[in-house]
Ligand binder design. Structure first.
Ligand code: ASP
Length: 439
């Protein structure tokens, strides 16, 4: 059994948090490969080290005065080192970082130092080998990941290394130039390592006890999902549930490796398992509810539309020509509706309408803004009758008017459009009916 364990910034924000992480790793000797993030916020008013580094590098490039900012970062690490009682000095490392900043080495190098330094501390603390991610995570010059080369480098380097710390978030090009993933990218590093060594499990430790059924900002203390499939998670993430970096799913999914989301502050909680497929019945009919505000619907009407072959394509062409991606296209006999992101659409509104007139010659075009979309997701819906009935009964009782409904034939999700102002009420009502009252 081999586990790859990734710890997020809040799990490594202070010496106290590092100690919790140390206990977790030492309690299970199969936790052999550790991926740390940079130190995150110690409390809500704090700043993540990655943000401090971006800011510091901006000053280096701008006024050239960045010493005070770099010193504040140095002190964050010193505090952790002292708190852990380690015999380790970061002075030389910071001198190198200082000189590189002064040279204008690049913003991605700057941001990557948060993970790099935390990795050094972690390896000392655990007595594990430190492997610089620049050696094993390979980027193309255009900033994309070289998946094959990375897999090969990781396999080679880890073959004779039983216990190692590999910092998250960055890697390097062939010529050594340091590159980073997008924010939250340490999740990707963990996933790549897990895939390369064919781990049995990828544990992703954070500050919540797993993926929640819905957004805790809308429903207080929502239930945690015990098992979710990759497909369900993708649906929920797409609609706003933030759990893992989107690109972290693909490597482990390819390798058939489950992910376990765990809470560093409550290590005995089982967390959420993210798996390819499962015969386990979900606890509730639905697995999760997620949603976003800020959509807009464009309703196009034309007599005899149904007999006009190619009408849908021409309508969508008008959006494509303006670079607008569409979310849903519910349609009727003589109507075709396109749902798009309002902000993205607003900038091109008049061009799209002109395009629609030119390409599709509609009778009427109507627009409705301030729409929220809610995705009710669950593999359990397929075999249960009445799910949609319960959703809409709950919404009717909560006085929410439904503006749009879309259910894919996979029966994995039902998408509901409501007015922005009804969004929270609708999510609460759906949660209530499936999770609390379970009628
Ligand atoms: N430290 C980076 C960030 O704040 C990457 C990560 O934590 O995954 O985005």
């Amino acid at each position: 059994m081999v586990k790859v364990v990734k710890f997020g910034g809040s799990s490594l924000a202070s010496a106290v948090q590092f100690e919790k992480v140390g206990n977790i790793i030492r309690s299970d000797e199969t936790r052999r490969y550790v991926i740390p993030s940079a130190p995150g916020k110690r409390d809500s008013g704090d700043t993540k080290v990655t943000d401090m580094l971006y800011d510091c590098y901006r000053s280096a490039k701008g006024s050239g005065l960045f010493e005070t900012k770099l010193d504040a970062i140095f002190r964050r690490y010193e505090e952790i080192i002292k708190g852990l009682g380690l015999d380790l000095s970061m002075e030389e490392e910071f001198q190198t970082i200082h000189d590189n900043f002064a040279k204008g080495i690049g913003v991605e190098y700057a941001a990557s130092r948060g993970e790099y330094l935390n990795g050094i501390i972690m390896s000392h603390y655990l007595g594990y080998t430190f492997i610089d991610a620049a050696e094993v995570i390979r980027f193309h010059e255009d900033g994309g990941l070289d998946t094959e080369k990375t897999d090969e480098l990781l396999q080679k380097r880890l073959a004779d290394c039983e216990y190692a710390v590999i910092p998250g978030f960055y890697g390097a090009q062939e010529d050594g130039t340091v590159r980073t993933f997008s924010r939250g990218g340490s999740d990707i590093t963990g996933s790549l390592v897990a895939k390369a060594i064919r781990a049995d499990l990828y544990e992703n430790w954070t500050d919540v006890s797993g993926v929640m059924v819905t957004d805790p900002r809308i429903v207080k203390d929502p239930e945690v999902i015990d098992t979710i499939t990759y497909r369900e998670l993708r649906e929920l993430s797409y609609m706003g549930a933030s759990v893992l970096h989107e690109d972290a799913i693909f490597p482990v999914r390819q390798g058939g490796i489950p992910i376990n989301i765990r809470n560093t502050n409550r290590p005995h909680d089982k967390g959420t398992f993210i798996v390819e497929s499962t015969c386990r019945k979900p606890r509730f009919t639905i697995t999760g509810i997620a949603g976003k505000k800020g959509f807009c619907s464009i309703n196009i009407e034309k007599d005899m539309m149904n007999s006009e072959i190619g009408f849908g394509r021409r309508v969508l062409q008008a959006f494509e020509d303006e670079g607008i991606s569409f979310e849903h296209t519910p349609s009727g006999i003589d109507t075709f509706t396109v749902i798009v992101h309002q902000e993205e659409f607003e900038a091109h509104e008049q061009q799209v309408i002109a395009g629609l007139h030119r390409l599709a010659q509609p009778d009427i075009i109507e627009m409705q803004s301030e729409i929220a979309l809610i995705a009710v997701v669950g593999r359990g819906m397929k075999s249960t009758r009445g799910t949609a009935g319960r959703i809409f009964a709950a919404l009717a009782h909560a006085n929410v008017n439904v503006r749009m409904i879309d259910q894919g034939s996979s029966e994995l999700n039902i998408i509901i459009g409501v007015d922005n102002r009804d969004f929270e009420t609708a999510v609460k009502a759906i949660y209530d009916i499936f999770v609390i009252t379970r009628i």
